[in-house]
Design a protein around this ligand. Sequence first.
Ligand SMILES: [Zn+2]
Length: 233
Amino acid sequence: MTPNETKYIRLTNSWLQERHSYWSQKLVELNIFQKELNNVLFEIKYHVKSYNGMFRIRNGVSKIIIYPPNTGEVNQQFVDNVLVHEMIHQYIHENKLHDSSSHGAIFRKYMNAINYANIGVTINISTNSQKFVNTNICSYETHKILVLKFSRTFFLCKVKSTKVDYFTELILNHKIQWKEPLVGFGWYKTTNAMFNNYQTCVSKLHGAVYLNDEWNAMFEKLKLTKFEVISEL
Ligand SMILES: [Zn+2]
């Protein structure tokens, strides 16, 4: 895999407006969204550590707020990832889709479709809790990936390298409660830069959910290499 070219941009409302309409059109072209999004207001807020983005409606007016990690130039990839994440919230709102929670099954359906389309954005449901640092990211960083197979879904998380044994023991000793029966799990490693922005699990597992029938195609794309399979997936 070739390293992603890192592009830095100075964040402005008009740049966000342009990207918003670019992604809105693109997602309609790809048949992921059935219609384009309305225009929204944008706001850029600095010095906020706990969020990367927010979609908000106040007095009937929709707004997307971006919280850049620093006041200088920011990584375009980071902004696109955050922007498209917020655009899913906007789409769900505008089309009156009723999701089970703010990142429920409907949100994840769009998230997975966008990630799977391989269009240069990677969305995950923990994008709000990870700050992206404006340094050159090493695309060859090796990530440790835990794949859990349930009866109807697969769950994928990026885990801190030093925590592999910790989570293995928790799972084997049934210390984690699952919503569905666990069928198997395995550890994989990858240098896929798509994972660079994923939140790393340290004490709790969180990550992406895939339905069984979308898993095979996803697995191909992820370029994962087995290094320890506890029970075959
Ligand atoms: Zn969100």
